[in-house]
Design a protein around this ligand. Sequence first.
Ligand code: UGA
Length: 432
Amino acid sequence: MQITVVGTGYVGLVTGVTFAEVGHEVICIDVDSTKIKMLKRGEVPFYEPGLQQLLVHNLANGRLTFTTDGDEAYRLRDVIYVAVGTPSKADGAVDVSYMEQAVVDVAKAIEEYTVIVIKSTVPVGTNERVRAMVAQHTSCPFDLVSNPEFLREGSAIYDIYHGDRIVIGAEHERAAETVAMLHKPFGTPIFHTDPRSAELIKYAANAFLATKISYINEIANLCERLGANVDAVAHGIGLDRRIGAQFLQAGLGYGGSCFPKDTRALLHMAETAQSDLRVLAAASTVNERQPYVVIEKLKKRFSSLRGLRIALLGLSFKPNTDDLREAVSLVILQELQAAGASLIVYDPVVDHPKGNRVLEQVMFAGSIDEALSGAEASIIVTEWEEIKAFPLARYKVLMKEAVVIDGRNCYPLAKAEKAGVEYYSIGRPAVN
Ligand code: UGA
């Protein structure tokens, strides 16, 4: 089939590249000409494992092309996917202006029946509203389908081939079947529903996972008070299939471009609909507080943080991505800067990003060794494989005072004991 994908961010690009990989003919369009030039050269503008190889492969076989030209991208296509950003507004509402603009551009250009698919995360009711907008700009027949995205950054390519479900919210069977056909090569189970429910499934799923994380983080904080071990507790409850083992990793809270934004948006939607989402509101508050457990642990250990040399390991909001959006590291760094600490950071991928006020004021190390050398405390913020595999014994050798605050429970307690470091983690007894 001939597919167009509007927006070459992580969702749009992964969608376009993998559709090409399974044999569809794909054009990706973006308003950012610098990005399109990079993509034409086979360069991915962000870090996503496995994506570059697929991009290069499909550019070479001619199934994947990139353009900034709407006429080329929108005329005479079977399906047009809209995957542009829908950022948060100050009050938590969703800014759908880029998505609306894209859909109007599409409407003005189409010349025959076209299936337009909204992949961007949009508030419930958007499909209906946008359908009316499209109708104002074209006399061609069309269908508007909601097809939310469930890929995780950092493992998007894996997720495409191992997804739990594809959700298709459509008014008409013809359009629903067209979108289902596109996904057939991936072998993912398909769930058909109405557009409003499809839109809400996306928010409700992300909000549920976010709530699960905040729940285990609260239990972790309780474990510390009661002398239990959250790793054991999470494992023990996760064995119950009704609960499930995933998303019970206690830590410093969730970040990224999705959970914080989507929980805020759902709370805003509920408020507008005069419906109280008290559980989700509490989960969100718990998450905002969770990064501060690191600061509390440091303040308990050191009489003052002023001038203290602290190494922070891991900046991205999770491993295998260079995404810093709503990253916990930034909250912690800001707090430590305010307390007058001397900061050195290391991340395997994030290196001197431009225009970030917090990161402009810290030193960047080229390796974990360099970050730890002479440090009086260290904080593990992101559980990159390289950081998890780094021997604790090296902390003892390199640091001035081997105080390790592990915000992601990367090491078994027995290893900390053996290495002879002072080790504080989340929801587990301290080793000192
Ligand atoms: C999330 C969802 O998992 C995807 O299904 C969804 O498609 C995506 O949002 C989206 O809406 O686009 P993502 O934000 O990429 O994906 O990453 P996750 O792996 O879900 O992690 C989110 C945050 O939760 C990270 O900060 C991570 O460190 C944290 N987390 C995750 C925990 O603290 N504990 C856990 O057990 C799991």
